[in-house]
Design a protein around this ligand. Structure first.
Ligand code: WT7
Length: 637
């Protein structure tokens, strides 16, 4: 499969970019035409950011799994679609060819049908990083069900909130998940979540860790048993359901600046086209290359660049169940050598963590198969960039720093490997088809170079968020209402003299901890729910490994309590309510918070104190109680 839409020189990039601005519809239509459709679209694009209402390829009929799987069978049926590397080094890896993937997806699609799932139903998937996770997602897409994958690190409470929000009546999970030395009891966590979700009709449990689980009669069934039943009836070829371009493909929850996570909805055709197009261009993917994206499928990175983008391109995706530092910090490099990985796509937090082990874990590892290195999730600091470049890429692999978001579905700003310029800590240039704009607080567009502002996108790209599940108004206010006619990213950015973009971080109350998005309001709500806590405020602070750490200022109603025990209890509460990923790194007990006379917390001051900038706190005279600032400064951790 050659990719007609792959630009391979800087001149071609410039030409494609120009065309994509002047004739966006023609630009995207030519890309869309390379996919498999059951019926051609009526209209390329209809849009209105005020609603928002965006429709790409309306009237078109398709099924994404025909594009991910079926269309590759004639030529690439025996090629590996997924190479799976288990957590436990002693266990054999698995290679799943396109033929095998087709068989497995059809089998599980039939299992879903047998268990009552039909088109439009929401299916929650809470699994570890095993091929069955990919199979479950694709099986949903095959029959037109909407998957909502929840990352294995989220708590029962978070799962329950999401199940209720999506009204998901079906769950696919595992008995447990291996992650490094740990064994996470997924099914038990689901059972806890389901106490408050009596509407759930069926839980399909895939066996992985042999962790003891309780199976509730009439509700819970084993994946393996259900597959056997289908096989006994003769293996099915479940036809791909005919879907509309704009039918939802999945919901993925993400945090924002308010307390409740949002169910970001992506639609089928636009998401398929943008993820495939960006995958092929950013990584300069060549058929046969082994692509290793180290993210978890529970995040958007895994959806787009372990699964959909890679498979639609007929590529080979390496899926790793474990973590970079187990059984030792050489694990990634061992995998690269073992599976002859060509593209490595990881996060700055992982690079920094591996960097801290020095180069010893690299000794004796042959990394010569690598061609392209990628980074995603947060700004990559120069030190990590250079280490990645020198020690992993041996200075011969372009590094692509890919900027995007759950809401954008796919990469929007990035170097195209070896094609467009790269610059450490810069995401650089927009992909053809993407129109970034910098604006000031009033929404005035900032023209010219060497300038900073809030990052917006002017024109729809195919995989722009369509809605937030069950609450369209929230989608409008969060992304389309701040600046008229623009999609607002929530990020700040700098455009240098050459017009290259550097993302400078969130401008809202959202933290980026190890590349994961954490809403401060969510963490505050969790802490405030702990008995004895009166109020709290969360800010980020620079953290060597995580990028940003979580700093909590907490007011207790009875400050005499055993502080150490209370600290532990608060951590436990946050773990229960959100998950361990949201645990504060530091908790400082205070007797008050810096507030304006109108009662607004001055986060700017708290942020500065957490960062250790104690001198330049700005004007504190407008505070209700200026003395509190000195107390907080003194107690700083
Ligand atoms: C936020 C989106 C996109 C997949 C992973 C995170 C930050 C992401 C970069 C980058 C600087 C980045 C932004 C963005 N971010 N990539 N290359 N350089 N910042 O997805 O959880 O939706 O978070 O991550 O702040 O808004 P997400």
């Amino acid at each position: 499969m050659a990719y007609s839409f792959q630009v391979t020189t800087y001149d071609e990039y410039k030409e494609a970019y120009k065309k994509s601005i002047e004739h966006p519809e023609q630009f995207w239509e030519e890309i869309a035409a390379t996919f498999t459709w059951k019926k051609k679209w009526n209209k390329v694009l209809e849009w209105n950011f005020a609603e928002p209402d965006v429709q790409w390829f309306a009237g078109g009929k398709l099924n994404i799994t025909e594009n991910c799987i079926d269309r590759h069978l004639p030529g690439r049926g025996d090629s590996p679609a997924i190479i799976w590397e288990p957590n436990n080094p002693g266990e054999a890896s698995r290679i799943i060819t396109y033929n095998e993937l087709h068989r497995q997806v059809c089998l599980f699609a039939q299992v879903l049908k047998n268990n009552g799932v039909s088109k439009g139903d929401r299916v929650c998937i809470y699994m570890g990083m095993i091929p069955e996770l990919a199979i479950a997602m694709l099986a949903c897409a095959r029959i037109g069900a909407i998957h909502s994958v929840i990352f294995g690190g989220f708590s029962a409470q978070s799962i329950s909130d999401r199940l209720q929000d999506a009204n998901a009546e079906y769950i696919v999970t595992c008995d447990g998940a291996f992650r490094g030395a740990k064994d996470i009891p997924l099914k038990n966590i689901i059972d806890d979540a389901l106490v408050s979700c009596p509407f759930v009709k069926r839980v399909i449990v895939c066996e992985r860790t042999d962790t003891p689980v309780s199976m509730i009669k009439g509700r819970d069934v084993w994946w393996q048993d259900e597959i056997l039943k289908v096989q006994q009836q003769g293996s099915p070829d479940v036809p791909a359901e005919e879907m509309d371009s704009e039918d939802p493909l999945f919901i993925l929850y993400t945090s924002g600046s308010t307390g409740k996570p949002k169910g970001v909805v992506h639609s089928i055709a636009g998401y398929m086209i943008h993820t495939t197009y960006s995958f092929v261009n950013v990584f300069q993917y060549q058929p046969g290359d082994v692509h290793f994206c180290t993210a978890d499928v529970g995040w958007i990175t895994g959806h787009s660049y372990i699964l959909y983008g890679v498979l639609c391109a007929g590529g080979t995706s390496l899926m790793f169940e474990g973590i970079p530092t187990w059984p030792d910090a050489g694990r990634f490099w061992e995998i690269v050598q073992k599976h002859q990985v060509n593209v490595l796509y990881t996060a700055p937090t992982a690079i920094r963590s591996l960097m801290s082990f020095g180069t010893a874990p690299l000794e004796g590892k042959d990394l010569s198969s690598l061609k392209v290195l990628g980074s995603v999730g947060e700004p990559i600091n120069e030190e990590a960039w250079h280490w990645y470049n020198e020690h992993i890429g041996n200075k011969r692999c372009p590094i692509v720093d890919t900027w995007w978001q759950t809401e954008t579905g796919g990469i929007l700003i990035s170097t195209l490997a070896g094609v467009t310029p790269m610059k450490p800590s810069f995401a650089t240039l927009p992909l053809p088809g993407v129109q970034p704009v910098l604006v000031d607080e009033n929404g005035k567009e900032l023209e010219g170079n060497d300038i900073s502002g809030n990052l917006c996108i002017r024109f729809p790209w195919p995989s722009v968020i369509r809605t937030t599940y069950g609450d369209h108004e929230r989608c409008r206010t969060a992304y389309f209402a701040t600046y008229p006619n623009l999609y607002f990213t929530g990020d700040g950015a700098y455009r240098d003299e050459q017009g290259l973009y550097r993302i400078t971080g969130r401008v809202d109350d959202v933290l980026n901890v190890s590349g994961h998005r954490i809403g401060t309001a969510e963490v505050e709500n969790a802490i405030n729910s702990h008995t004895g806590v009166l109020e709290s405020a969360i800010v980020g602070f620079p953290h060597d490994l995580k990028g940003q750490g979580i700093y909590a200022y907490v007011i207790l109603d009875e400050p005499k309590h055993d502080a150490e025990q209370t600290r532990k209890d608060i951590l436990q509460t946050v773990t229960r309510i959100i998950g361990a990923i949201a645990k504060p790194d530091k908790i400082q007990f205070v007797t008050g918070l810096p507030k304006t006379r109108s009662g607004k917390i001055m986060r700017r001051i708290l942020r500065k104190i957490a960062e250790g900038e104690l001198e330049q706190l700005g004007d504190t005279s407008t505070l209700l109680d200026p003395a509190i600032v000195d107390e907080i400064k003194e107690g700083r951790l």
